[in-house]
Design a protein around this ligand. Structure first.
Ligand SMILES: [Zn+2]
Length: 240
Protein backbone atom coordinates (compact mmCIF):
# COMPACT_ATOMS: atom_id res chain seq x y z
CA UNK A 1 0.00 0.00 0.00
CA UNK A 2 1.06 3.55 -0.67
CA UNK A 3 0.65 5.94 2.25
CA UNK A 4 0.25 9.66 1.57
CA UNK A 5 0.42 12.74 3.76
CA UNK A 6 -0.65 16.33 3.08
CA UNK A 7 2.05 18.75 1.97
CA UNK A 8 2.03 22.50 1.51
CA UNK A 9 3.96 23.65 -1.55
CA UNK A 10 5.16 27.16 -2.32
CA UNK A 11 5.66 27.61 -6.05
CA UNK A 12 9.23 28.64 -6.86
CA UNK A 13 8.03 30.32 -10.03
CA UNK A 14 5.04 32.48 -8.96
CA UNK A 15 5.00 32.21 -5.15
CA UNK A 16 1.52 30.67 -5.06
CA UNK A 17 0.90 28.33 -2.13
CA UNK A 18 -1.08 25.17 -2.69
CA UNK A 19 -1.82 21.90 -0.98
CA UNK A 20 -0.98 18.50 -2.33
CA UNK A 21 -0.01 15.08 -1.06
CA UNK A 22 3.35 13.41 -0.76
CA UNK A 23 4.40 9.77 -0.50
CA UNK A 24 5.27 8.56 3.01
CA UNK A 25 5.71 4.90 2.16
CA UNK A 26 5.03 2.58 -0.73
CA UNK A 27 5.61 -0.97 -1.96
CA UNK A 28 6.35 -2.92 -5.12
CA UNK A 29 3.48 -5.39 -4.85
CA UNK A 30 1.51 -4.32 -7.91
CA UNK A 31 1.77 -5.52 -11.52
CA UNK A 32 4.84 -4.92 -13.70
CA UNK A 33 4.14 -4.08 -17.34
CA UNK A 34 6.35 -5.03 -20.25
CA UNK A 35 7.13 -1.33 -20.65
CA UNK A 36 8.64 -1.64 -17.17
CA UNK A 37 6.08 0.22 -15.11
CA UNK A 38 6.47 -1.32 -11.68
CA UNK A 39 3.28 -0.58 -9.81
CA UNK A 40 2.49 -0.40 -6.14
CA UNK A 41 -0.57 -2.00 -4.64
CA UNK A 42 -3.20 0.71 -4.29
CA UNK A 43 -2.21 4.28 -5.20
CA UNK A 44 0.74 4.81 -7.50
CA UNK A 45 3.52 6.88 -5.92
CA UNK A 46 4.52 8.46 -9.23
CA UNK A 47 1.35 10.56 -9.03
CA UNK A 48 2.74 12.30 -5.94
CA UNK A 49 6.47 12.74 -6.60
CA UNK A 50 6.24 16.03 -8.47
CA UNK A 51 3.95 19.03 -8.02
CA UNK A 52 2.36 21.27 -10.62
CA UNK A 53 1.39 24.76 -9.52
CA UNK A 54 -2.27 25.32 -10.42
CA UNK A 55 -1.58 29.04 -11.04
CA UNK A 56 1.42 28.97 -13.39
CA UNK A 57 2.06 25.32 -14.19
CA UNK A 58 5.60 25.26 -12.83
CA UNK A 59 6.40 21.65 -11.96
CA UNK A 60 9.11 20.34 -9.67
CA UNK A 61 9.94 18.24 -6.63
CA UNK A 62 9.08 19.47 -3.13
CA UNK A 63 12.74 19.56 -2.04
CA UNK A 64 13.83 21.92 -4.82
CA UNK A 65 15.34 25.12 -3.47
CA UNK A 66 14.95 28.59 -4.91
CA UNK A 67 15.38 31.10 -6.22
CA UNK A 68 14.39 29.96 -9.67
CA UNK A 69 16.43 31.29 -12.57
CA UNK A 70 14.63 34.25 -14.21
CA UNK A 71 15.05 32.69 -17.64
CA UNK A 72 13.21 29.59 -16.45
CA UNK A 73 10.43 31.74 -14.97
CA UNK A 74 10.00 33.46 -18.30
CA UNK A 75 10.07 30.11 -20.08
CA UNK A 76 7.31 28.73 -17.81
CA UNK A 77 5.17 31.86 -18.26
CA UNK A 78 5.45 31.64 -22.03
CA UNK A 79 5.38 27.89 -22.59
CA UNK A 80 3.52 26.20 -19.73
CA UNK A 81 1.15 28.78 -18.17
CA UNK A 82 -0.97 29.33 -21.33
CA UNK A 83 -1.63 25.61 -21.50
CA UNK A 84 -3.37 25.58 -18.10
CA UNK A 85 -6.33 27.41 -19.64
CA UNK A 86 -6.59 25.08 -22.61
CA UNK A 87 -5.85 21.62 -21.32
CA UNK A 88 -6.81 19.32 -18.53
CA UNK A 89 -3.82 18.82 -16.24
CA UNK A 90 -3.75 15.05 -16.02
CA UNK A 91 -1.11 13.11 -14.09
CA UNK A 92 0.59 12.34 -17.39
CA UNK A 93 0.62 16.05 -18.27
CA UNK A 94 2.44 16.95 -15.03
CA UNK A 95 5.33 14.68 -16.07
CA UNK A 96 5.30 16.25 -19.54
CA UNK A 97 5.61 19.70 -17.90
CA UNK A 98 8.42 18.33 -15.72
CA UNK A 99 10.19 17.06 -18.84
CA UNK A 100 9.78 20.36 -20.75
CA UNK A 101 10.98 22.47 -17.81
CA UNK A 102 13.85 20.08 -17.04
CA UNK A 103 14.99 20.28 -20.63
CA UNK A 104 15.00 24.07 -20.40
CA UNK A 105 17.14 23.69 -17.27
CA UNK A 106 19.61 21.62 -19.27
CA UNK A 107 18.99 18.04 -18.11
CA UNK A 108 20.41 15.39 -20.43
CA UNK A 109 18.46 13.38 -23.00
CA UNK A 110 18.42 10.22 -20.91
CA UNK A 111 16.88 12.05 -17.95
CA UNK A 112 14.30 13.78 -20.17
CA UNK A 113 13.35 10.46 -21.79
CA UNK A 114 12.88 8.96 -18.32
CA UNK A 115 10.49 11.80 -17.39
CA UNK A 116 8.44 11.25 -20.55
CA UNK A 117 8.35 7.55 -19.66
CA UNK A 118 6.44 8.47 -16.49
CA UNK A 119 4.03 10.51 -18.63
CA UNK A 120 3.55 7.37 -20.76
CA UNK A 121 2.85 5.15 -17.78
CA UNK A 122 0.27 7.48 -16.21
CA UNK A 123 -1.49 8.21 -19.51
CA UNK A 124 -1.80 4.47 -20.01
CA UNK A 125 -2.97 3.87 -16.45
CA UNK A 126 -5.55 6.66 -16.60
CA UNK A 127 -6.81 5.65 -20.04
CA UNK A 128 -5.72 8.91 -21.70
CA UNK A 129 -5.18 7.07 -24.95
CA UNK A 130 -4.88 10.25 -27.03
CA UNK A 131 -1.73 11.31 -25.13
CA UNK A 132 0.02 7.96 -25.12
CA UNK A 133 1.50 7.67 -28.65
CA UNK A 134 2.98 11.19 -28.51
CA UNK A 135 4.63 10.53 -25.16
CA UNK A 136 5.92 7.14 -26.32
CA UNK A 137 7.52 8.86 -29.33
CA UNK A 138 9.16 11.37 -26.99
CA UNK A 139 10.70 8.47 -25.05
CA UNK A 140 12.09 6.90 -28.23
CA UNK A 141 13.39 10.29 -29.46
CA UNK A 142 15.25 11.13 -26.25
CA UNK A 143 16.49 7.61 -25.52
CA UNK A 144 17.77 7.19 -29.07
CA UNK A 145 19.58 10.53 -28.79
CA UNK A 146 21.04 9.48 -25.44
CA UNK A 147 22.24 6.15 -26.89
CA UNK A 148 23.77 7.90 -29.91
CA UNK A 149 25.59 10.32 -27.63
CA UNK A 150 26.78 7.39 -25.52
CA UNK A 151 25.58 9.01 -22.28
CA UNK A 152 23.54 6.03 -21.02
CA UNK A 153 25.20 4.34 -18.06
CA UNK A 154 26.38 0.84 -18.94
CA UNK A 155 24.07 -0.63 -16.32
CA UNK A 156 21.12 1.01 -18.12
CA UNK A 157 21.94 0.21 -21.74
CA UNK A 158 19.78 -2.94 -22.01
CA UNK A 159 16.95 -1.24 -20.11
CA UNK A 160 17.06 1.74 -22.48
CA UNK A 161 17.37 -0.18 -25.75
CA UNK A 162 14.64 -2.62 -24.76
CA UNK A 163 12.31 0.24 -23.84
CA UNK A 164 12.83 1.94 -27.20
CA UNK A 165 11.68 -1.30 -28.85
CA UNK A 166 8.72 -1.68 -26.52
CA UNK A 167 7.62 1.95 -27.04
CA UNK A 168 7.57 1.35 -30.80
CA UNK A 169 5.69 -1.92 -30.32
CA UNK A 170 3.03 -0.23 -28.25
CA UNK A 171 2.41 2.43 -30.91
CA UNK A 172 2.15 -0.25 -33.58
CA UNK A 173 5.46 0.44 -35.34
CA UNK A 174 6.49 -3.17 -35.76
CA UNK A 175 9.47 -2.48 -38.02
CA UNK A 176 11.22 -0.23 -35.51
CA UNK A 177 10.13 -2.42 -32.58
CA UNK A 178 11.78 -5.47 -34.14
CA UNK A 179 14.86 -3.45 -35.08
CA UNK A 180 15.38 -2.47 -31.44
CA UNK A 181 14.53 -5.88 -29.97
CA UNK A 182 17.13 -7.32 -32.36
CA UNK A 183 19.66 -4.75 -31.18
CA UNK A 184 19.09 -5.96 -27.62
CA UNK A 185 19.61 -9.62 -28.54
CA UNK A 186 22.67 -8.84 -30.67
CA UNK A 187 24.27 -6.61 -28.08
CA UNK A 188 27.25 -8.15 -26.34
CA UNK A 189 27.59 -6.38 -23.06
CA UNK A 190 28.50 -7.93 -19.74
CA UNK A 191 25.53 -7.39 -17.48
CA UNK A 192 24.23 -9.38 -14.51
CA UNK A 193 20.71 -9.49 -16.03
CA UNK A 194 21.70 -9.93 -19.65
CA UNK A 195 19.73 -13.19 -20.04
CA UNK A 196 16.61 -11.52 -18.69
CA UNK A 197 16.82 -8.71 -21.26
CA UNK A 198 17.56 -11.07 -24.15
CA UNK A 199 14.62 -13.33 -23.23
CA UNK A 200 12.29 -10.36 -22.78
CA UNK A 201 13.30 -8.77 -26.10
CA UNK A 202 12.81 -12.11 -27.91
CA UNK A 203 9.42 -12.60 -26.27
CA UNK A 204 8.22 -9.09 -27.18
CA UNK A 205 9.31 -9.62 -30.77
CA UNK A 206 7.83 -13.11 -31.27
CA UNK A 207 4.99 -13.41 -28.78
CA UNK A 208 4.46 -10.08 -27.05
CA UNK A 209 2.83 -9.79 -23.66
CA UNK A 210 1.54 -6.73 -21.83
CA UNK A 211 2.75 -7.72 -18.36
CA UNK A 212 5.88 -9.16 -16.79
CA UNK A 213 3.83 -9.65 -13.65
CA UNK A 214 0.08 -9.82 -14.21
CA UNK A 215 -2.28 -7.84 -12.00
CA UNK A 216 -3.24 -9.98 -9.02
CA UNK A 217 -4.67 -9.07 -5.67
CA UNK A 218 -2.27 -8.44 -2.81
CA UNK A 219 -3.79 -11.44 -1.02
CA UNK A 220 -2.90 -13.76 -3.91
CA UNK A 221 0.53 -12.29 -4.03
CA UNK A 222 1.23 -13.02 -0.39
CA UNK A 223 0.54 -16.71 -0.98
CA UNK A 224 2.76 -16.86 -4.01
CA UNK A 225 6.28 -18.22 -4.03
CA UNK A 226 8.59 -15.28 -3.96
CA UNK A 227 11.69 -16.40 -5.88
CA UNK A 228 10.76 -14.85 -9.23
CA UNK A 229 9.31 -11.79 -7.55
CA UNK A 230 12.47 -11.24 -5.58
CA UNK A 231 14.39 -11.15 -8.82
CA UNK A 232 11.99 -8.60 -10.27
CA UNK A 233 12.17 -6.49 -7.09
CA UNK A 234 15.94 -6.49 -7.28
CA UNK A 235 15.86 -5.34 -10.87
CA UNK A 236 13.16 -2.71 -10.62
CA UNK A 237 13.53 -1.81 -6.99
CA UNK A 238 15.71 1.19 -7.75
CA UNK A 239 14.13 4.48 -8.83
CA UNK A 240 14.33 3.31 -12.43
ZN1 LIG B 1 3.26 28.93 -9.75
Amino acid sequence: MTTLAPIEIECLCCGNQFESRKVVSTDSLGPVTTDLFEMAAGQQPIRYLIFTCPECGYTGVSTEEGPLDSQIKKFVEETISPRLKEEEITSGRTWEFMAIISEAKGLDDFAIGSLYLRAVWLSWLDGNAEDEPGYRRKVTDYFEKALNKDIVLEDRVYWTMYLVGEMYRRIGDEINAHKWFDKVTEMELTHPNRDFWLDLARQQKMEPKEYIREPVSVEDLKKEKRSLLKKIFRMFGSNA
